[in-house]
Design a binder for this molecule. Structure first.
Ligand code: TRP
Length: 340
């Protein structure tokens, strides 16, 4: 017999001051849609931000970024009345369950994690133990709510597989069949992988040195338009078919961004602009991006002007999340043999 777990979505982003177009098209836009399809919980994973020194260097920056990411969730259209929004650190059960999962996960499993290898770089021995067990905390973020669906980028697929492995091993080892669901990664589809405006083969990233490589969600109209006009292109006119986009990463990226912002298929964009020069297309893209993104920036600014209100939203969200988490944690304690 397989218990069916009620559908529940959980996802989270690290607190950073530079949320960009990739976060919006690749994640937030999907979250906004998903909240109308299934119950959702969205958090800001501030505890994960401590795993690297860049995260804990300045406490005020983490606090500010936690509020700013919350503001971005809301400005993008996540409705805090419908969907609890909270910071990971506000619900203590994430850390409590992570400890239990540290005892379930095998070192061999963690040794295979490619994100740890990338982030720890050449000096593994100088990385924090937290960076190493990062995916264990991520598994706890998801399973403390028994979430079944986790919208994430392609780069998180391995962490979701680990989450399933942990859930399965816990269920087996403690003879608690089906206690935890085996959550599914909901990988956001093609066209939403937004690449750098300077190099169409690299992901748009907050850590790229060049601010011209990305459109930040807080950029004003002038900055957005300038970055698009300066975006790298190739010398050919825009292609007329999707096939001809192959081997032209910059053209591919700009077309994909247009299609995602306009909510049109790529073929429709090519039908309109194929054969034309980039300059005219870039003007149209700049206009579209300004129209779609500046209201988000304005709403973020409005929300950030009243951090007490953001803090109230986070507290209310954390209370709702805590109710679920406390019940699951009480069962976990009983299952593993803790008294009380
Ligand atoms: N590791 C995720 C990322 O970098 C962030 C994250 C932490 C997360 N906990 C999570 C995503 C739980 C989904 C669910 O994108």
């Amino acid at each position: 017999m397989t218990a069916t777990h009620p559908q529940l979505v959980l996802s989270g982003m690290q607190p950073t001051n530079t949320l960009h177009l990739g976060n919006y098209l690749g994640a937030l836009k999907n979250w906004v849609r998903m909240q109308t399809e299934m119950p959702c919980l969205f958090c800001v994973v501030d505890m994960h931000a401590l795993t690297q020194e860049s995260g804990y260097a300045k406490a005020d920056d983490v606090r500010r970024a936690t509020r700013e990411v919350t503001a971005a969730y809301i400005a993008a259209g996540v409705d805090p009345k419908r969907t609890p929004l909270f910071a990971q650190s506000m619900v203590a059960e994430h850390a409590e369950l992570a400890w239990i999962f540290n005892c379930v996960a095998r070192l061999g499993w963690l040794d295979r994690m490619t994100q740890f290898k990338e982030k720890s770089g050449k000096h593994k021995e100088r990385s924090s133990a937290g960076l190493y067990t990062y995916p264990v905390l991520q598994a706890a973020d998801i399973l403390i709510y028994k979430a079944t669906h986790v919208p994430v980028g392609e780069d998180q697929r391995q962490h979701l597989e680990l989450t399933r492995d942990i859930a399965q091993k816990f269920n087996n080892d403690f003879a608690a069949p089906d206690f935890f669901p085996l959550p599914e990664a909901v990988i956001t589809g093609p066209g939403t992988r937004v690449m750098s405006l300077r190099d169409g083969s690299k992901k748009m990233s907050k850590s790229d040195e060049s601010d011209y490589s990305r459109i930040n969600l807080t950029d004003d109209a002038d900055a957005i338009a300038q970055k698009i006009r300066k975006a790298k292109t190739d010398p050919l006119p825009l292609p007329q078919s999707e096939k001809e986009l192959e081997g032209r990463p910059e053209a591919d990226n700009l077309i994909a961004i247009y299609a995602a912002l306009a909510e049109e298929p790529v073929a429709a964009v090519l039908a309109q602009y194929g054969g034309q020069q980039f300059s005219g297309f870039k003007n149209a893209l700049a206009e579209l991006a300004v129209a779609k993104l500046t209201p988000i920036a304005a709403e973020m600014r409005r929300l950030m002007a009243d951090t007490a209100e953001i803090d109230r939203i986070l507290k209310a969200g954390a209370e709702k999340a805590s109710t679920i988490a406390a019940a699951v944690m009480a069962d976990v304690k009983r299952i593993v043999g803790f008294v009380g």
